[in-house]
Design a protein around this ligand. Sequence first.
Ligand SMILES: [Fe+2]
Length: 217
Amino acid sequence: MIIESLEGGYDKNFTYLIACEKSRQAAVIDAAVGAEQIITTANDLDLKIKYLIITHTHHDHYAWAEALLKKLRRITLVTYSDALSGIGEDEHRMVGDGETMHIGSEEIQFLHTPGHYPDSICILADGAVFTGDTLFIGRTGRTTSPKSDTRELFHSVKDKLLTLPDETVIYPGHNYGEKPHNTLGNEKENNQFLQAESADEFEKIMQEYEESRVVGT
Ligand SMILES: [Fe+2]
């Protein structure tokens, strides 16, 4: 599978292009950088964008979604919730936990991972996991927005992400870590947010983080 990272947008956001090498069919994960940049990159790599997957409906992750849907015809918008219904004229597919989809001959799978936001999904694809704002390199997503739930985030991470094979490569929604991506095995060892064994313990770690947080990190 081809994975191309584009960084920019609101705050070190990532947009990813993932594609089947043979058919050149591609999906965009989060429309966080300019539509023209996404299209130019796809053209340079000889990819045909068929899907736009949004990891969750915080604005920075779909900032360019409408522009991209307008510029490219016949793209299927893929989300967990109906929050973005009606922004494009083409198909809108809402996916549930565990659902799969094909990009050319590559199968990808969606995991519903609420906590940072209720409609957060992670995408599993060929040994990679695209985690949106559920899990970054070095820490988890924050749970300070009105619909966040820290205990839910704990269970999403523990039950759905930490159970993946250690060699799985994490591709987060923002470049907040020491490196842009990392293996789950390395993160399990080094990410203190992943050391919590209970929801209570996790809540404590999150609270301490928020109290000592330096703005912009
Ligand atoms: Fe977010």
